[in-house]
Design a protein around this ligand. Structure first.
Ligand code: NAP
Length: 248
């Protein structure tokens, strides 16, 4: 029996990287997958095809996670095409790194809007459906940086720490309706987001990680699979580090 057979899932930012890895593993486990992208239309349509070929329903939607109105419209559209929403994964995110001294107001605002405000938008939009169903799992993609901070990432760290507070509050509010809300805190995961970094610096990070390698989208996707499935039926309000032991 597949772990997500017949479940309807929505993932933000799945045109590449971690989101794409989640979409693929979820489809392998029988989930119907609605997912969003911001500008990568080609890769998103390719992924839609790939997922559909696995025998599940899949659809790509262009939607800006930072927009409250677009999130409302997106969920209305998804509900017309999928029967309910069992799992929401708030994965879309960006970085705009700089030392605080050089960080512009617009770079601070953009990161907070796309990484943090987006999870308010999406959670508000799916809440009604999950309340009616009396079940649901919400997973927010935070970061180890939200737990420990990072020089040059004050905006990103603030957004990711905010996600953790939001996650715990939603878990408290919606637990009595059988709606669970958890966060994942990935460490260093090798995707396009981290591909621009200097290779020497990156090798230093790999060496400092107890498991001696960077993570893969699949490593994070498997943790999402646990939190999305009934295997975690008694787990809510938690932050699961997927970091090769980085924070140990
Ligand atoms: P990525 O490769 O840069 O992919 C980001 C995804 O988010 C893309 O699908 C992108 O769509 C989408 N996106 C960006 N802005 C959006 C918006 N305004 N509305 C909707 N979608 C938007 O990043 P990643 O490494 O897979 O990271 C995914 C998540 O994990 C992020 O929240 C990130 O902060 C978190 N994370 C990553 C790491 C890491 O080491 N990689 C570590 C900890 C946490 P387009 O392709 O259309 O631009």
């Amino acid at each position: 029996m597949k772990l997500l057979e017949g479940k309807n899932v929505i993932i933000t930012g799945a045109s590449r990287g971690i989101g794409k890895g989640i979409a693929e593993i979820f489809a392998d486990q029988g989930a119907n997958v609605a997912f969003t992208y911001s500008s990568s239309e080609g890769p998103a349509l390719e992924l839609e095809k790939e997922l559909t070929s696995k025998g599940v329903k899949a659809k790509a939607y262009k939607s800006n996670a930072a927009s409250f109105e677009e999130a409302e419209a997106l969920i209305a559209q998804v509900l017309e095409e999928f029967e309910g929403i069992d799992v929401l994964i708030n994965n879309a995110g960006i970085t705009k790194d700089n030392l605080l001294m050089r960080m512009s107001e617009s770079d601070f605002d953009a990161v907070i809007e796309i990484n943090l405000k987006s999870i308010f938008n999406m959670t508000k939009a799916v809440q009604r459906t999950m309340l009616k169903q009396r079940k649901g799992s919400i997973i927010n993609m935070s970061s180890v940086v939200g737990v420990k901070g990072n020089a040059g990432q004050a905006n990103y760290a603030a957004s990711k720490a905010g996600m953790i507070g939001f996650t715990k509050s939603v878990a408290l509010e919606l637990g009595s309706r059988n709606i669970r809300c958890n966060a994942i805190a990935p460490g260093f995961i090798e995707t396009e987001m981290t591909a621009q970094l200097d290779e020497k610096v990156v090798q230093g990070w790999r060496d400092a990680i107890p498991l001696k390698r960077g993570g893969t989208p699949e490593d994070v996707a498997n943790a999402c699979l646990f939190l999305a499935s009934d295997l975690s039926a008694y787990v809510t309000g938690q932050v699961l580090n997927v970091d090769g032991g980085m924070l140990t």
